[in-house]
Design a protein around this ligand. Structure first.
Ligand code: IVH
Length: 748
């Protein structure tokens, strides 16, 4: 390549003319290397071509193609995968386990849409592939990006790896200008067996099942490894589109097939639950002979206009359901029961089992849920498993369904050693020795040690750095355990003082096993970038009981700032205590009424308990406001209040907050006009059901209230609207009809 002109001397036109040949040469080399396993170029020549292409692209960025070979993961990539924010979230599916669940799904769909129960609806039914989902983005017919699901919002960029999968076309013709094809990457049984045999021969780790093998193969940093693994792909859905693929699910799938994607040949259109269940049984019969793993059947409403109306819950569509195959079972011996202590202090019993294969996976641990479950009781004291308890040494039945942690389903009393003793559940924390207590109504026994308990502290820290929380690159569960054990990090604030405390001690970190100068430096940088954190992430990261991601978002939205939230929680504390007293009084009253054979006087009892607290009106008002916040019920409100009132926890929280810059929550995704407004629906809606209207309004960022008040912004009044319409008129509130509402909501 010595006669090629230097990049500095190239005109843009010359560069544009040179690019296609460069790209073609690199692509041919890639194919020879990855797919044919027969390299044509030396590494040095390959690198020289790639460097030239990169230099041209750097000089003339407008010429750089999104799918340029320079954007490929090279042979040895040091960093992890890039992140891809899905334009449209990748969702999971609700599960059905029985015929009744499927019939119920059909009824719920119709009720949501306001259709009579007798209307037959058409659904597609297709195998649920047990692999991992992948989103492929095509722009103008070219594959430009492939991303894993990740947490549904942000996935990993695995474009180069996806390109090595034969079922995934690099170019398609006749497709919308923008098309995201979604489907499942999987590996066949035969290929899985061969892969494991090769791994075993080479002394490498083998995979537990085909799904792990597919995931492990796709998520390789070196695309050449992926290329050597025989992955396959079925398309079954789509994400962002510049124009619709069809007006039906079945039509869209047919279109994907016509574009060159593999679609599952067992996909059928079914009218109503009867035909859906027939197809389910047919697929179940074929399951063993398919040659790849499936774990159920997915039903989807066929009409895409109806799918759109049905929309989504927080993580699943209302228009689809996965009918799972029954769980797989096996018998084995229970060797021991161990107690693990979790983030919230929960003592969780874990069964250590004699290893046994359940549905192709070797299982040696299973959950035993809680002490009642071991004793053969349910939460209300009723019998489960016919009241049979579980003892160490027993023969137990293990079952697993899909992803979930294996469970102990049953025990064989005929094989019980007569000397076996009932299991005594500890009342002291096995890790820190603090008392472990059960709150009334809680099935779980919890360690009272709080942050003093190393198990709780470590689990809280792991949660703190987890993906949906602080997500600090290079600081995962493993590192947290090591740092905690070494006394470097005891509480979240310590993460942010690490660098200062280890000023010269960077040396120490550097000298630790697995840490070099670069990775230590990277860790400190990753920590610094997280010092500015969104309020909702921070609330979630605190690991407060009952406060999941959605609740944290709701609380953050409600208060808007950390200071406002903390001030409100402090102000409302007396009311929280009054509520706890009222809850206790109510429980006592219920018990007393039961023994005395009379009706419990709940309202009076609670009122008396609250009155005894002499509550300041302001506390009561702030508390009521928190309890009335969307997504926050009394249980979460109490849990939040407790966390901020506990002196040790609070000082740890304050120390953390002092280290951070807390950013206000993002404005709720909203289509301008009705975001942030409070709506009330009244009268009959004719074009959408109430449930649909409420869900739609909320998805547009509005609140839906049950009654008209001064806070109401718009009343949507259908025919038959009565007192609410009157009240709205009195208060001067805007009243609109259903057609106006639908226009406001952007159509049906
Ligand atoms: S539809 C919006 N169809 O199952 C719903 N999913 O448990 C999009 N899966 O995340 C999913 N086979 O990874 C759909 N035929 C199929 C499927 C399927 C497997 C996976 C997918 C999804 C998971 C939910």
């Amino acid at each position: 390549m010595s006669e090629t002109p230097a990049i500095e001397n190239l005109t843009e036109a010359e560069a544009a003319a040179e690019l296609p040949a460069l790209i073609a040469a690199l692509e041919a080399a890639n194919t020879a290397y990855h797919t044919l396993d027969a390299p044509e170029l030396s590494d040095a020549d390959y690198d020289a071509l790639k460097r030239r292409l990169a230099a041209i692209e750097a000089r003339f960025p407008a010429l750089a193609r999104a799918d340029s070979p320079t954007r490929k993961i090279g042979a040895a990539v040091a960093e992890g995968f890039g992140k891809v924010t899905h334009e449209i979230r990748m969702l999971s599916l609700e599960n059905a386990f029985s015929d009744e669940d499927v019939a119920d799904f059909d009824l719920r769909v119709k009720s949501y849409l306001g259709l009579p129960e007798a209307t037959p609806l058409t659904y597609t039914a297709e195998p649920k592939i047990d692999g991992l989902s992948l989103s492929l983005r095509y722009e103008n017919g070219r594959l430009v990006q492939a991303a894993t699901r990740g947490d549904g919002e942000v996935g990993e960029n695995v474009t180069e790896n996806a390109r090595t999968i034969a079922d995934i076309p690099h170019e398609i013709t006749g497709a919308p200008a923008l098309l995201e094809v979604r489907g499942e990457v999987y590996i066949s049984h035969a290929d899985f067996a061969a892969l494991n045999a090769r791994a075993a021969q080479a002394g490498d780790k083998t995979f537990a099942n085909p799904r792990n093998a597919a995931a492990g193969s796709l998520r390789q940093l070196d695309a050449r490894i992926t290329a050597a693994r025989p992955l396959k792909f079925f398309a079954y859905a789509w994400g962002a589109l510049s124009e619709p693929l069809s007006d039906s699910q079945s039509g869209a799938i047919a279109r994907l097939a016509a574009l060159g994607f593999q679609t599952n040949p067992l996909t059928r259109s079914c009218r109503g639950p009867g035909e859906m269940l027939d197809h389910y049984r047919q697929i179940a019969q074929l399951r063993a002979s398919l040659g790849y793993d499936i774990d159920g059947v997915v039903y989807k409403v066929d009409d895409l206009a109806l799918q759109r109306r049905l929309g989504f819950r927080s993580t699943t569509p209302r228009w689809a359901i996965a009918h799972k195959f029954p769980a797989e079972l096996a018998w084995t011996r229970l060797e021991a029961i161990e107690i693990q202590v979790g983030r919230t202090g929960a003592l969780s019993p874990v069964a250590r089992l004699s290893p046994v294969t359940v549905g192709g996976v070797v299982v040696s641990n299973a959950t035993l849920h809680n002490e009642d479950y071991i004793a053969g009781r349910d939460a209300k004291g009723g019998a489960i498993r016919g009241g049979r308890d579980i003892r160490v040494g027993d023969w137990v039945q293990v079952y697993r369904a899909g992803d979930v942690i294996p469970k102990i389903a049953d025990v064989d009393l005929s094989r019980r050693d007569p000397a076996a003793q009932p299991f005594e559940f500890p009342t002291l924390c096995p890790v820190c020795g603090s008392e472990a207590i059960r709150e009334p109504g809680d099935a779980v026994r919890r360690c009272t040690g709080g942050l003093i308990c190393p198990a709780q502290a470590v689990e809280k820290l792991k949660h703190f750095v987890s993906r949906a929380a602080f997500d600090i690159e290079g600081l995962g569960a493993k590192q947290i355990e090591a740092f905690y054990a070494d006394g470097w990090i005891h509480e979240p604030a310590d993460i942010f003082t690490l660098r200062a405390r280890f000023g010269q001690g960077l040396q120490q970190l550097k000298n630790r096993e697995g840490w070099g100068e670069k990775s230590a430096q990277n860790l400190f940088e990753a920590i610094e970038t997280r010092r500015a954190i969104g309020l909702e992430r921070l609330i979630f990261a605190l690991g407060i009981r009952h406060c999941g991601e959605a609740a944290a978002r709701d609380v953050a939205q409600h208060y808007g700032s950390w200071e406002a939230m903390v001030a409100a929680l402090d102000l409302a504390r007396p009311a929280a205590l009054a509520q706890r007293a009222a809850d206790a009084a109510e429980e006592a009253e219920r018990a007393a009424a039961l023994t005395e054979g009379r009706r419990p006087r709940i309202t009076e009892t609670r009122a008396a308990a609250i009155a005894a607290h002499g509550l300041p009106a302001e506390a009561a008002a702030v508390w009521a406001d928190l309890g009335a916040t969307d997504g926050v019920g009394p249980v979460l409100a109490l849990s939040l209040s407790d966390a901020f009132a506990n002196p040790e926890e609070r000082s740890a929280i304050d120390r953390l907050a002092a280290e951070l810059t807390i950013l206000p929550p993002p404005a709720r995704a909203a289509s301008g006009e009705i975001a942030g407004l409070t709506l009330v629906f009244t009268g009959t809606l004719e074009r959408m059901t109430r449930a649909e209207a409420k869900a739609r309004a909320e998805s547009l960022g509005a609140k839906v209230a049950g009654s008209v008040s001064a806070k109401t912004d718009i009343l949507i009044a259908g025919p038959g609207a009565g007192s609410k319409a009157k009240k709205a008129a009195e208060l001067g509130i805007r009243v609109i009809d259903e057609d106006d509402w639908i226009a406001l909501a952007g159509g049906i």
